[in-house]
Design a protein around this ligand. Sequence first.
Ligand code: 1CP
Length: 365
Amino acid sequence: MGKMVEFKPLKNDLILRAARGENVERPPVWVMRQAGRYLPEYHVVKANNDFFTCCRNPEIASTITIQPVNHYNGVLDAAIIFSDIMVIPQAMGMNVEILDKIGPHFTDPLREPSEMETKLTKEVDVLKELDWAFKSITETRIKLEGRVPLLGFCGGPWTLMVYMIEGGGTKLFRYAKTWLYEHPEASHELLDRITGVAIEFLAQQVVAGAQMVQVFESWAGELGPAEFKEFSLPYLKRISKGFKKRLVELGITEHIPITVFPKGAMYSLDWLADCGYDVVSLDWTIDPVEAVKIVRGRVVLQGNLDPGVIYGSKEIISKKTEEMIAGFGGGKQGYIINLGHGTQPFMDPAKLGWFLEECQRVGSA
Ligand code: 1CP
């Protein structure tokens, strides 16, 4: 400890108040993958640099993180650090690159349970291995000058297990499913190891300057309810509880909100409402009215516009945004606006801007 930096006071703490369940003047809004390929200025800064070279350079990472905040001046209520969920597998000893237009690529994935012994580091020194990530967060928080809160994040254990075994994106989940059904004990061991690293990583992001964090369980929907309950839910629960406990040990007494995004597994909402998370992020396959009914005020909801709506006309964007906010009860309590998943490289930044402005207009009404 002792290395905590003094940061400027927050000028906009809307998302933190909403995440704590307080009454707010309008629902806050941010967008998953708000920094990145759909923004022309991203390509200028990224240029020919490799993805992780950008993340590991605090100057570049902070510039890219703040780009959408500047681009949509005044209408985004949070920044999310420019990084990737693959940094936990990297910290655990695996070699991962992000290939242009393809995505994550592991040079030597875990195909057999025995390979956990040879390919993974036993005791992961998170502070040392991800030192660059903490530096980028601190630098970004300084540069934000309190304009909006900075969000940290990590991947969910099951989602990271998929990538570590498959070695990249997949449509079949052949190798990861082989582990689940052929080697359940080894699967639990791997999930357990990832969970330990995730807890420390999230807590240290807060020490470095993150003001709220999110766990992306992006492949939750590949699991049926029974498998979700066995291979994802217990670990997500351990993360929320372990994160809070670790913050106390690190001397952080402030309430730091934590969000979970179980993409594709909206059947899990009722369970996740009791798992120690402040916020559950929804994809677009659930009706907001239904979601509000299920959680009964136990947790704040985030989401859930189909990102594809951004390909529609301004009229459609307005209509769908109005319906969404009305479905969440107007958003003056228990709600954070977002898309149901990330932006896509082909999206028109002006259309996303229209969505953000409509969120302000409708949310303030
Ligand atoms: O603005 C932001 O949201 C910040 C940065 C961010 C985040 C939160 C990036 C940058 N990635 C992520 C999380 C992430 N990465 C998730 C969870 C959220 C989700 O479900 O989308 C996942 C699954 C990944 C994995 C990943 N990394 C993919 C998807 C591949 C697949 O299997 O379908 C891709 C394409 C990447 C690379 C990546 N990460 C981030 C960016 C901007 C990019 C594209 C890199 C480039 O080519 O410039």
